[in-house]
Design a protein. Sequence first.
Length: 141
Amino acid sequence: MGQLAWIVEMFHRLTDGPADGHLDDVIDRDRLLTNVTLYWLTGTAGSAAQVYYEDITAATWSGEAYGDGDGEAGDWGVGEGTAVPTGVLVSRSRDVTVRRLAERDHHVVHWAEYDTGGHFFALEQPQVFVADLRTFFGALR
């Protein structure tokens, strides 16, 4: 029950539905239960939750524990960028991003922003998502 409650809360908070609406209005109940089942059966809930734990506790991290940016082992400083063509889709209704930071480390060849959809964009706006993927990969031919 805890797994189900956590996933439902995350979906409710991060989807692009009306504040007073039901999650069923945005994401099909069977699809949501499939998502919960996959986390449960594969035992990946802990690793999925890790990013939220790190976000909550990031203010307490010290440079000593995680490297101070001088290239030492454990340093989380800026690495070298990649030449791999990268496509970015941003849902402005829920996601916040800084394009210059994405472009600093990645070879961004496609950038799309939409006013609809939330954090789970592919589930909420599947037709728009597929069209955007086709646009990105079509330009790479």
